[in-house]
Design a protein around this ligand. Sequence first.
Ligand code: NAD
Length: 368
Amino acid sequence: MSNVFESMNQKDHEQVVFCHDSDTKLKAIIAIHDTTIGPALGGCRMWEYANEKEALTDVLRLSRGMSYKAAIANLNLGGGKAVIFGNSKTDKSEILFRSFGRFVDGLDGRYITAEDVGTTVKDMEWVRMETEYVTGISRALGGSGDPSPVTALGTYAGLQACVKRKLGKDSLRGLKVGVQGVGHVGYYLCQHLYRAGAKLFVTDIDEISLKRVVNEFRANVLGLDDIYDADLDIYAPCALGATLNDVTIPKLKCSIVAGAANNQLGKESRHSTMIENRDILYAPDYAINAGGLINVANEIEGYNRERAFSQAESIYDTLMVIFDLADSEKVSTHTAASKVAERRMADVAKLKNIYLPRKNVMGKRDNN
Ligand code: NAD
């Protein structure tokens, strides 16, 4: 694994920690991208990486994404991520996650972990036996529980912003919305849309999830690939990543793309420009789906569901700021979102120019 510093330098990462414990067979990497705004927060992924380079690339990319997501959500958090090498079905144990928890604890709050692909709330409860720097714990243990209702509310607020911007309307009544994936987030999003009087079109590979939204919200079912060229006002991706690509974008008949899925753009720059050129308004995924992060961030300060919901609703305003900047600078909404996030990081960094006398461990005053 040569060139670690070179890789860190490319996107300005602060710290990378390689964790190894031969007793528990833990092999993990923690990446801290940026702590300008606050401690680095990001989930812990468990994955069978083909090699160490692939794992490093993944953790560097994901941790940087978290810096932008926290910054744009107006949270006082930085970006971090962890990856554990292993098969999430066969290689898990209490001792493995407790070992990981001790490495997290050693960072003394510079990095806060949470569940992610391949890990669960239960795994994080093992981590919590060794460190307080873990969030996304079950409600039974005083945590925030399932984040998807908050993510769905934030996404719905984002849809309202898009409708106001693109169609000049204050309501979604009568609009045709296609929701791709009606799992945790998709289900709650459909609930908001139904209550708002939208006409629902849904698709999913899971029949049971589909039946639920058909029965409860009078949704119409579309074939898996029919969602792209269906006659819709809004396409809401809430299942997989990379659904906006060379094949799907030319098919779209909607005027708005806004949904909760992560990494919706196949290739960020290419596909955000393609969407822009088709005169479709795109809500940047990491801005509109920040409700989940808002939820776990609230847990750190002592969970208050009302506060989490109200912060998620402010995604409406965040998107308006992004759309204004995209218009004034004639850039895609994707580029504008990056600029808004970078601006906040830079603004907060400048605050540190103001000297604050603090006592250090020796009792002497120290600048921080
Ligand atoms: P989920 O697994 O509960 O739901 C995903 C749904 O998509 C499932 O019902 C699944 O059957 C369906 N699906 C899978 N492949 C499909 C396909 N090819 N076509 C149509 N449907 C398909 O996941 P979730 O928690 O609801 O998250 C949905 C998306 O939102 C993911 O991309 C996730 O990363 C993102 N997200 C979730 C949260 C959260 O709070 N849960 C927060 C931020 C982002």
